[in-house]
Design a protein around this ligand. Structure first.
Ligand SMILES: C[S@@+](CC[C@H](N)C(=O)[O-])C[C@H]1O[C@@H](n2cnc3c(N)ncnc32)[C@H](O)[C@@H]1O
Length: 256
């Protein structure tokens, strides 16, 4: 019983830590309601800021991509119980984000700034829409599975955990990566773009473009022709314009 309580507690702590870093990231990029944002921090030579920021972004990218690979999961679940595998991944990812938020070095020179007025509010709304899309997408494919909570609570209740099926809810019929589209919108749609924030947006976007290829490679291996058909039917990031020749309905995909 104690072990099951500890597992559930560990999952809950990992989830809360994720929520805190996620909300902080929104404030960090928006420069709202956080003590240290993307344009704050120790100043110094540009080369040092670029070096530190690149190292922080690389740490996140390597952690996120390596730990998500099936071969890595097979390897480390020899030591880490499968019920806390996802929570540990979430904890590691949140630690990498926390390090980035804490140690990020600013390059505050302005690239663009939208003057006060209605357009500025429209741009803010666009950024909020991006974050909303991120959150909504997680719920479409199983928010509590993605962040490890269902796994630890299945263990707590001594139930067998079943991975969610490969789903094609609304957003996933429009594009294959709505969650990443949400991030791209949140990173780029901003009324105030500094050099440091632009560097963050460029590197993070490049990482997203590479990371989804790894994810698709794994999904194609798991689901075979069904996934390859889904790739043909549904665009990666940009929805098709209704009425264009390429528009077709997505086909059902077998469960994972
Ligand atoms: C962080 S989520 C990102 C999902 C997707 N790349 C996106 O941007 O919306 C990554 C996890 O989602 C899973 N996944 C991707 N597409 C899915 C779908 N249509 N249904 C269920 N799970 C999916 C992947 O297997 C992976 O474990």
């Amino acid at each position: 019983m104690l072990r099951r309580v500890l597992v559930a507690g560990y999952g809950a702590v990992a989830y809360v830590f994720f929520l805190v870093t996620f909300l902080y990231t929104i404030g960090f990029l928006a420069r709202v309601a956080v003590p240290k944002d993307v344009d704050d921090g120790p100043t110094g030579p540009v080369w040092l800021a670029l070096l530190v920021d690149t190292a922080l972004l690389t740490l996140f990218a390597v952690q996120h991509s390596v730990m998500a690979r099936p071969w890595f999961k097979r390897w480390w679940t020899r030591w880490v119980a499968p019920s806390i595998e996802r929570s540990t991944y979430v904890l590691a990812a949140s630690l990498a984000v926390a390090a980035l938020l804490w140690l990020w070095r600013p390059l505050p020179a302005t690239v663009w700034s939208v003057p006060d007025g209605w357009l500025r509010w429209v741009v803010w709304a666009g950024q909020l829409l991006g974050w909303g899309l991120v959150l909504l997408s997680t719920f479409q494919i199983g928010h509590f599975d993605l962040f490890g909570l269902r796994q630890v609570f299945a263990r707590f209740r001594s139930r067998q955990y079943a991975e969610p099926r490969f789903a094609q809810p609304l957003l996933y019929r429009l594009v294959r990566h709505p969650l990443m589209v949400g991030f791209l919108i949140a990173f780029w749609v901003t009324p105030d773009m500094s050099v440091g924030r632009l560097y963050f947006a460029v590197v993070a976007s490049a990482y997203i473009v590479v990371a989804v290829r790894f994810e698709e490679h794994d999904l194609a291996r798991q689901l075979g022709d069904d996934y390859r058909r889904y790739q043909r039917e549904v665009p990666r990031f940009v929805p098709r314009v209704p009425g264009t020749a390429g528009r077709r309905r997505a086909v059902p995909v077998e469960p994972r």
